[in-house]
Structure formats: structure tokens, C-alpha cells
Write a protein that binds this ligand. Structure first.
Ligand SMILES: Nc1ncnc2c1ncn2[C@@H]1O[C@H](COP(=O)(O)OP(=O)(O)OP(=O)(O)O)[C@@H](O)[C@H]1O
Ligand SMILES: [Mg+2]
Length: 208
């Protein structure tokens, strides 16, 4: 159990976990916090690939697979098995060395990692509350409520939801509807921006 920081998950792959994690890190660092960023499992890019999340975030990574496949599939294809223990060991080291930890998941919450392990198990083992990144536009209410319901079923705390990216005419009502239906706060609505650092200010209310 690390218990200091956030586990950033999303309603789907490509929704903006890395962007939001980088923005949160920038915002926390602007507050003088010593933040470690951790991307325990990455697929689609080797650990040192400059286009991969680990390098983009300056994050530690335990399992990296260059195949653009779901982590469990990529691991099997490479004859490897993703295990919780090395991830928790690295997280423990990072937590000892830093004030807090931002962990980016992979894909969404129920993405399988091994035969008896998925991302929700990892979040639970780390003891970190979830920040759920969701698309801003149409379809997001359903996907966000599904993720919140799954998180609750798995006993996970949800710190809040971030609506990210280009919205549409549904966006204005989406935040209110998510809050009304789930009781979970929408922490920020981040528009399309050139750089994650430009989004840091959107977390002022959440981070205080
Ligand atoms: N608010 C934003 N403004 C501009 N570009 C964004 C924003 N959010 C995400 N992007 C861009 O959209 C793409 C997908 O976002 P990102 O990589 O953060 O998603 P992800 O959820 O981390 O994906 P994965 O599941 O592959 O880890 C990236 O190119 C990212 O830079
Ligand atoms: Mg990412």
C-alpha cells in the first residue's frame, strides 16, 4: 500500500491519461511537491522509446512491450508474465524517495495484466484513489458511470473524474450528469491544449 498519490485510469485507451498525468504532475510541482510518476506497464513502445508514455512522463516503468497489443497479450507473445510484486516493490521505493506518486494505468480499469491480475487489482494493491479520465463529448456519461461502478465493485476509491479534450454540444451537461448519477466530483474539464503544462491551472481547485 502506497496510499499517497493518485492512480490515473480512463474510460478507454487514448482518452488522455498521459496528458492529464503530465498536467497533474506539473501542477503539483508548481506547488513545490516532489512528485514521482510511474507507468508500471506499457505496451506499444519499449521503455526507452521517446514516443512511449514512460519517456513522455519521465516515468519509471517495470514492464514495457513494444508490440502494440493489450498488455496481457503482449506479455504472452513475449513469453513473459506480469507480476504484482516487482511493481509494488518499485512503487514502494518511489514512495519512499518522493512526496507522492502519480501512477498511469494502461487502457482502462479492467484491462487484464495476467491470468489472475488486472489494472483494478493493481490500483487496489497500490492503495491509491482513482482519477478517471473521460472524453468530454457524447458517450462519456455511460463510459464514466460504467468505470465508476466497476471501481466501486472492486472496492476502489474514486477521487474524481477529469473530462478531457474536444467537447461537443453534450459537454456542458455531461459533468453535471456524471456528478448527479454517481456522486463523484468532476475535478476538471481540460480542453484541447498545445502542452500538458498549459493544463496545470485546470487542477487548481482540486489541488487547492
Ligand atoms: N487535452 C488535450 N489537448 C491536446 N491533446 C491531447 C489532450 N489530451 C490528450 N491529447 C493527445 O491525445 C493523444 C492521446 O492522449 P494520451 O496519450 O494522453 O492518452 P492515454 O489515455 O494516455 O492513451 P494510452 O491508453 O495509449 O496510454 C496524445 O497524442 C495526447 O497528446
Ligand atoms: Mg498513456
Amino acid at each position: 500500500m502506497i496510499g499517497r498519490g493518485y492512480f490515473v485510469t480512463a474510460t478507454d485507451t487514448g482518452v488522455g491519461k498521459t496528458f492529464v498525468t503530465a498536467a497533474l504532475a506539473a501542477s503539483l510541482r508548481a506547488r513545490g511537491r516532489d512528485v514521482a510518476v510511474f507507468k508500471p506497464v506499457q505496451s506499444g513502445a519499449a521503455a526507452d522509446d521517446p514516443s512511449g508514455d514512460a519517456v513522455l512522463l519521465g516515468a519509471d516503468c517495470v514492464y514495457a512491450f513494444s508490440a502494440p497489443l493489450a498488455p496481457l497479450v503482449a506479455a504472452r507473445a513475449g513469453g513473459r508474465t506480469i507480476e504484482l510484486e516487482p511493481i509494488l516493490a518499485r512503487a514502494g521505493e518511489l514512495a519512499r524517495e518522493h512526496d507522492l506518486l502519480l501512477v498511469e494505468g494502461a487502457g482502462g480499469l479492467l484491462v487484464p495484466l495476467a491470468d489472475d491480475l488486472d489494472l483494478a487489482d493493481l490500483a487496489a494493491a497500490l492503495g491509491l484513489p482513482l482519477v478517471i479520465v473521460a472524453r468530454a463529448g457524447l458517450g462519456t456519461v455511460n463510459h464514466t458511470l460504467l468505470t465508476i461502478e466497476a471501481a466501486r465493485t472492486r472496492g476502489l476509491d474514486v477521487a474524481g473524474v477529469v473530462l478531457n479534450g474536444k467537447g461537443d454540444e453534450s459537454t456542458a451537461e455531461n459533468a453535471a450528469l456524471i456528478e448527479e448519477r454517481s456522486g463523484v466530483r468532476v475535478l476538471a474539464q481540460v480542453p484541447r491544449l498545445a502542452d500538458p503544462a498549459d493544463a496545470a491551472g485546470y487542477f487548481d481547485e482540486f489541488l487547492g
